[in-house]
Design a protein around this ligand. Structure first.
Ligand code: ZN
Length: 253
């Protein structure tokens, strides 16, 4: 079931630490690297890789626990740990977004339908910047004040970008960072042309649909789940399993 890049590790051919071939199989079942002299348990590694594989396939913690005959809490804590690794990885990506950028905010969690004013109580407010044909960046904000949004834009976008937003007042001073296009909802689709935020609105649906199946994520866990959504979206055209293996297992072993 494990394909490609991770297979050589899964089969105990390559060292998980240094990536070199040449491992000695010890009597107690552990492997010892001939190159860097480190030891590890192949049994534990195989379990870790299998858990990660289910996570990669977005199979629920309960189902994974049943399939692997392991405790649900064990699986759940491993899954949360993978999300932490993803968040660390994403937080270290310093590249600023540029080009055509769509900006929008959205409300996650809570029971009532949220909006910018009333109804936002107990919801996680997420500000997003989507680079057309590129990456998305998500930031949880306390509120959608001009100060909060402008700070995030300043930190994460290149000056001179082209911004697309709706007419919300917190975006009023956006022209200090680049060209600001405001979308008027009254315009028909044809008149809009490039002037839309369909990309980021599509992302919100993508993320909400995926998060819905977890049935009530605790508010303080939202940052981790959202960074997972950001990661899955940003690497949608790449081999995510290989990348997950690298950042959740190889670098954190
Ligand atoms: Zn090694």
């Amino acid at each position: 079931m494990i394909k490609g890049f991770a297979r050589k590790y899964f089969e105990g051919k390559c060292c998980i630490y240094c990536g070199k071939y040449g491992l000695l199989r010890l009597k107690d079942g552990r492997l010892k690297c001939k190159n860097c002299y480190k030891y590890y348990s192949i049994k534990k590694l195989k379990t870790d890789i299998q858990i990660l594989y289910y996570f990669y396939l977005e199979i629920s913690g309960r189902k994974t626990a049943r399939e692997m005959n392991l405790n649900y809490k064990t699986i759940q804590s491993r899954f949360m740990n993978f999300r932490k690794c993803i968040k660390n990885y994403s937080d270290n990506q310093a590249r600023k977004l540029n080009g055509k950028l769509e900006l929008d905010e959205s409300y996650f969690g809570g029971k009532r339908k949220g909006n910018r004013g009333r109804g936002a109580f107990n919801k996680t407010i997420v500000f997003g910047i989507l680079e057309r044909k590129g990456k998305i960046y998500l930031k949880i904000v306390e509120n959608v004040s001009k100060e909060n949004l402008m700070k995030a834009i300043e930190n994460k976008t290149k000056k001179g970008s082209v911004f697309y937003t709706d007419g919300f007042k917190s975006y009023n001073s956006l022209s200090q960072f680049g060209k600001h296009n405001i979308i008027k909802h009254s315009e028909d689709e044809f008149a809009k042309g490039h002037n839309h935020i369909n990309g980021i609105e599509g992302f919100w649906s993508y993320a909400k649909e995926r998060l819905h199946k977890y049935h009530g994520i605790k508010k303080n866990n939202y940052p981790l789940y959202l960074k997972e959504m950001e990661f899955r979206y940003n690497f949608r055209n790449e081999n995510i399993f290989n990348l997950l293996f690298d950042i959740c297992i190889r670098r954190s072993i």
